[in-house]
Design a protein around this ligand. Structure first.
Ligand code: GLU
Length: 479
């Protein structure tokens, strides 16, 4: 192809559909069921006005429901100027497949509001968010039994708390009101570990990948996660937590950070916490002292590294730059960072891609735990923790008694005692549930990847696992 020819890239939704089609062609679903699963059930568009600064401002928002094979449907609400119907529908479809893959018992949905949150102060954001929530709540597009939003790009605990409060004001007798949205702050019905969950899930996904030497070899890598050179794009909630955990706990080196105002590069490793603090203080990465800076940040996606983590926007690895991507392993922390065309180019190059619907499923997994917590009205571990500690104490006391009675001279190390005696709190339980989920889903994907001659990549394997589950539940309903 000459450089003059324009590269025709499909839209985000078309890209998701193309990946779906590639997988479904390997299945034996009836064409009717195939179509039913692929299409987005409904997208609601709302335009509402809010009086701000003495004038009425009109905002456009969406809530798209992709599949209701299970209810409630689940998926975040994004606040960004780039929000549009195609994007929301693509993201809703990914939620369907994501939830099925990690066995979170939800259908797929997604919402978005066209807004630049930076243009408005806190109070104005509250008015706008509450008004958007009102429009969705009155149509049951926010409801604990039907549709449960969560944070996404541009939203977080603060917006979720407003949405939950708005729902409760409009449904004063709904005892399960707190379960109408997840990602709430801990003091408003949230769960420990939700903020870190997506980044934590990326870490657990990589840990699981590196437990399989066969898979590591497919990527042309060897050894452990420790010492691997990682470039991360986007130091937002997901990218920041993933990079921090991978460097602090697994000994990986963050050699590159790509942000809006350019990229940082240092082969010796970059201190993620220091960069985050720099961004908070200076509004960007430029000027950060301990790394080289380049203004054209996207070019760092093409730099040599062991693992590339796109954790920002969709479509950043596309047909234009894919031929130049050097990373042998990409883990999609963002939704849709690799277009369908780029996916094909990278696959041909032998690059292993750990797909978005699996890689970033940590968020919705912990959202599921939060929803269950809200419906059960009790914090995880509240009943068992002290009982567990008491039983462990019995064992420790008995060991120590045996040692002194028999004159064995054993002594339990203080570190062991402290760790063994402590009953699990909510955060530990959440991390354990998330780790288990990420391991099981990876194993389901790799089983398909390695057992079928016609499946050459993890993304196709992920689609096969999840479409099978969605199809089974439609069939069970008699569809
Ligand atoms: N917005 C996140 C995602 O894309 C979380 C969704 C949720 O927790 O419902 O997966």
């Amino acid at each position: 192809m000459t450089s003059q020819q324009p590269i025709k890239e499909p839209s985000f939704r078309e890209s998701v559909d193309m990946m779906f089609n590639r997988a479904v062609a390997l299945m034996d679903l009836s064409p009717g069921l195939e179509e039913k699963i692929r299409v987005c059930n409904a997208t609601y568009t709302v335009r509402f006005g809010v009086r701000l600064r003495g004038a009425i401002h009109t905002f456009t928002g969406y809530r798209s429901v992709h599949s209701e094979h299970m209810e409630p449907v689940k998926g975040g609400i994004r606040f960004a100027m780039a929000v549009n119907q195609d994007e929301v529908e693509a993201l809703a479809a990914l939620m369907t497949y994501k939830c099925a893959l990690v066995e979170a018992p939800f259908g797929g949905s997604k919402g978005g509001l066209r807004i630049n949150p930076g243009d408005w102060d806190d109070h104005e954001m509250e008015l706008i968010t509450r008004r958007f929530a009102y429009e969705l709540i009155k149509r049951d597009l926010i409801n604990p039994a039907q549709n449960v939003p969560a944070p996404d790009m541009g939203t977080g605990e603060r917006e979720m708390a407003w949405i939950a409060d708005q729902y409760k004001r409009m449904n004063t007798t709904d005892i399960n009101g707190a379960a109408c949205v997840t990602g709430k702050p801990p003091n408003a019905g949230g769960i420990a570990g939700r903020v870190e969950a997506t980044g934590r899930g990326v870490q657990y996904a990589l840990q699981e990948f590196f437990r399989h030497p066969e898979d590591i070899a497919v990527a042309g890598l060897s050894g452990k996660l420790e010492g691997k050179r990682i470039i991360v794009q986007g130091l937002g909630n997901v990218g920041y937590h993933a990079a921090k955990f991978l460097s602090d706990e697994d000994g990986a080196l963050i050699t590159g950070v790509i942000e809006r105002d350019g990229a940082l590069h240092n082969e010796k490793g970059i201190d993620v916490e220091a960069v985050r603090a720099w961004i908070v203080k200076h509004g960007g990465v430029s000027g950060f002292p301990d790394a080289s800076h380049r203004a054209d940040g996207a070019t760092l996606l093409e730099a040599e590294c062991d693992i590339l983590i796109p954790a920002a926007l969709e479509g950043v690895i596309n047909m234009e730059n894919a031929p130049r991507i050097e990373a042998p392993l990409i883990i999609e922390a963002a939704n849709g960072p690799v277009t369908a065309g780029a996916d094909e180019i990278l696959r041909d190059k032998g690059c292993v891609i750990i797909p978005d619907m699996y890689a970033n499923a940590g968020g919705v997994t912990v959202s599921y735990f939060e929803w269950v917590k809200n419906l059960s009205h009790i914090r995880f571990g509240r009943m068992q923790r002290r009982q567990e500690e008491a039983r462990h104490q019995l064992v420790v006391d008995e060991l120590e008694r045996l040692s002194s009675d028999k004159g064995l001279g054993w002594s339990l190390s203080p570190n062991f005692k402290e760790k063994y005696l402590r009953g699990a709190d909510e955060l530990e339980l959440v991390r354990s549930g998330l780790d288990d989920t990420m391991r099981a889903a990876y194993q389901a994907m790799r089983e398909v990847w390695h057992s079928r001659d016609d499946v050459h990549d993890l993304r196709t394997a992920a689609y096969l696992v999840s479409i099978r589950k969605v199809a089974d539940s439609y069939r069970a309903k008699g569809l």
